[in-house]
Ligand binder design. Structure first.
Ligand code: NDP
Ligand code: KPL
Length: 316
């Protein structure tokens, strides 16, 4: 399977790098500055489960049409931030129009509307990832904990389609977990409700889960936030089982946990944040479904205030 990974940041760099390390046919679609850096330094992964220094194949959007004419891609792994979605869609278009399917790794749900509109839903798989990773100051990929998994699946039709079986086979040799979901819509809501709770709580409190739950009322606050997210999911037709909720709450209320959302890391390092795509979108879905979500509303107001203070260039 020939894969094109858009972005060599925290997620694309990690998963694409691990695939390349395992011998997969991987190219990175990156912007010119990243292409130059990768040509000189290679892709460097720094991880508690093993470092890697890899020479990787890169292509820029300008060169992609000629590249695609010479080598057809089977799969695009889309790993941009939500605020870069429009430009990323245009960047991958030559590969998708030549026949590649698209597996997005972005958090949230809203990106599927734009991707379906541009490429048609048949081209689009459902996808998500669990990892804590970031691009470091020297361009290296910092894997911040042992967890690394991609969950993927068909959004309609039989789950065991030839393309999903081929992806499972292509991902199998790589040193991350690959989960072929029976119901990717449900897995997306399970992740979305967990992540939105984590992002809302850790960004509002500027603290990890361990610090939040050490405060008077912190655990009750996190539980109430998660309950709101689960209620939106239920109203959207994606009731989350008690067992899955218990697992999520175990992580969201764990004593001493250093867990934060990637959104807090971005916020604290003065980068743009996906607040509208993640917290704002869930607040809007709650309103449309008639679900009361006051704590999520406060988190969204807080994040909007942060964005407004940053100025228009950072508003997502
Ligand atoms: N980081 C994490 O731990 C996790 C992140 N996620 C989600 O995954 C998604 C990606 O996040 P993450 O990997 O952290 O983001 P990063 O910012 O680390 O990486 C995104 C990369 O996409 C590149 N990019 C953006 N637009 C284009 C374009 N038009 N052409 C080529 N390259 C482009 C950027 O390139 P450049 O360097 O040139 O800016 C950047 O390196 C987000 O939705 C995030 O919420 C999900 C789970 C965990
Ligand atoms: C929930 C988590 C940590 C898992 O990958 C995540 O997606 C994020 O922080 O963006």
């Amino acid at each position: 399977m020939r894969m094109l990974v858009l972005g060599a940041g925290g997620t694309g760099g990690y998963f694409g790098g691990r695939l390349a390390q395992a011998g997969a046919d991987v190219s990175f679609l990156v912007r010119p500055a990243r292409a130059r850096a990768l040509a000189v330094e290679g892709l460097r992964i720094r991880s508690p489960v093993g470092n890697a220094d890899l020479a990787v194949r890169c292509v820029t959007a300008e060169d992609l049409p000629a590249d695609v004419a010479a080598r057809r891609y089977d799969l695009v792994l889309l790993s941009c931030k939500a605020y870069d979605l429009d430009a990323s869609i245009e960047a991958i278009a030559p590969a998708v129009e030549a026949g590649a399917d698209v597996l997005p790794l972005l958090n949230g749900l809203l990106h599927y509307d734009a991707l379906d509109a541009r490429f048609g839903s048949a081209r689009m798989l459902g996808g998500l990832c669990f990892i804590s990773a970031a691009k470091g100051g020297d361009g290296e990929i910092l894997h911040l904990g042992p967890v690394a998994s991609i969950t993927f699946g068909e959004r309609s039709g039989p789950h065991d389609s030839p393309r999903c079986l081929a992806i499972a086979e292509a991902f199998a040799p790589a040193s991350f977990d690959a989960v072929h979901a029976q119901d990717i819509h449900h897995e997306l809501w399970v992740k979305y409700s967990f992540l939105t709770t984590l992002a809302a709580a850790t960004c509002l409190m500027r603290a990890s889960i361990g610090v939040i739950v050490a405060t008077d009322g912190g655990e009750a606050f996190v539980r109430a936030l998660y309950a709101e997210c689960v209620e939106v999911a239920r109203a959207a037709g994606q009731a989350i089982s008690e067992t899955v909720q218990a697992t999520a709450l175990g992580a969201l209320t764990q004593t001493g946990s250093p867990l934060t959302a990637s959104m807090l890391r971005d916020l604290e390092s003065h980068q743009r944040i996906e607040a509208a795509h993640i917290v704002g979108d869930l607040v809007h879905r709650a309103a449309a479904l008639g679900v009361a979500a006051p704590l999520l509303g406060i988190a969204w107001t807080h994040l909007q205030a942060h964005l407004l203070r940053q100025g228009p260039a950072k508003t997502a």
